[in-house]
Design a protein around this ligand. Structure first.
Ligand code: CTP
Ligand code: K
Ligand code: MG
Length: 175
């Protein structure tokens, strides 16, 4: 989940500049996505999440090495692991963007809070993208346990990091 968790805060740190909707409005006269969704945020967020995932893959193969199990640098199934990492990082930010579209349709301005949806949008996005590239990841009870844990702890974790982001000045609101 780390690639999904990290893509959002990195988008907030590096984001800004040209908005993805180019400033355009929808039929309802409101912005399509708003100024909070920028190209720089999208690409830097995906990139940082992806790098975090690569480090995870590398660390896990090092772990096998230490246990005396011989594995190539990225483990035996590194290609599918890299694809999943990319899906987690990009799915998180596309989920976030999808949510912004609906927030604007609801008449909510950039940064207005939508409780629970604001906290879980990126989780759902990350899982949808991962399901599309690797549905086999969703069959095990182990994964279901992780998913349940994530749904419970994410809103708390998200709120904590956003308060930190607000205090250090990279986020305009503490949610
Ligand atoms: N950000 C960005 N590009 C993205 C996602 C986020 O540039 N694709 C940056 C923006 O500066 C944004 C900040 O990260 O303001 C925080 O992200 P988020 O809370 O998702 O955006 P909001 O400003 O709250 O906008 P919205 O109401 O649309 O969620
Ligand atoms: K967000
Ligand atoms: Mg927000």
């Amino acid at each position: 989940m780390l690639p999904a968790y990290l893509s959002n805060p990195f988008a907030a740190v590096f984001g800004g500049g040209k908005p993805i909707d180019g400033g355009r409005t929808y039929k309802d006269g409101r912005r399509i996505l708003g100024d909070g969704k920028t190209y720089r945020g999208l690409f830097s967020g995906i990139f940082c999440g992806f790098i975090a995932g690569c480090i995870e893959i590398w660390l896990s193969s090092r772990g096998f090495e230490i246990m005396g199990i011989n594995m190539p640098v990225f483990g035996p199934d590194y290609k599918s692991a890299l694809i999943v990492v990319l899906a987690l990082a990009s799915g998180a930010l596309f989920g976030d963007m999808f949510k912004s579209f609906f927030k604007r349709r609801m008449g909510l301005k950039r940064g207005a809070s939508l409780p629970l949806v604001d906290q879980l949008d990126f989780v759902v996005g990350a899982w949808v993208f991962t399901y599309l590239v690797a549905p086999e990841w969703f069959v095990s009870n182990f994964t279901h346990g992780i998913m349940l844990t994530v749904i419970i702890i994410t809103p708390l974790l998200h709120l904590t990091t956003n308060i930190i982001g607000y205090l250090i000045g990279v986020k305009k609101e503490p949610w």
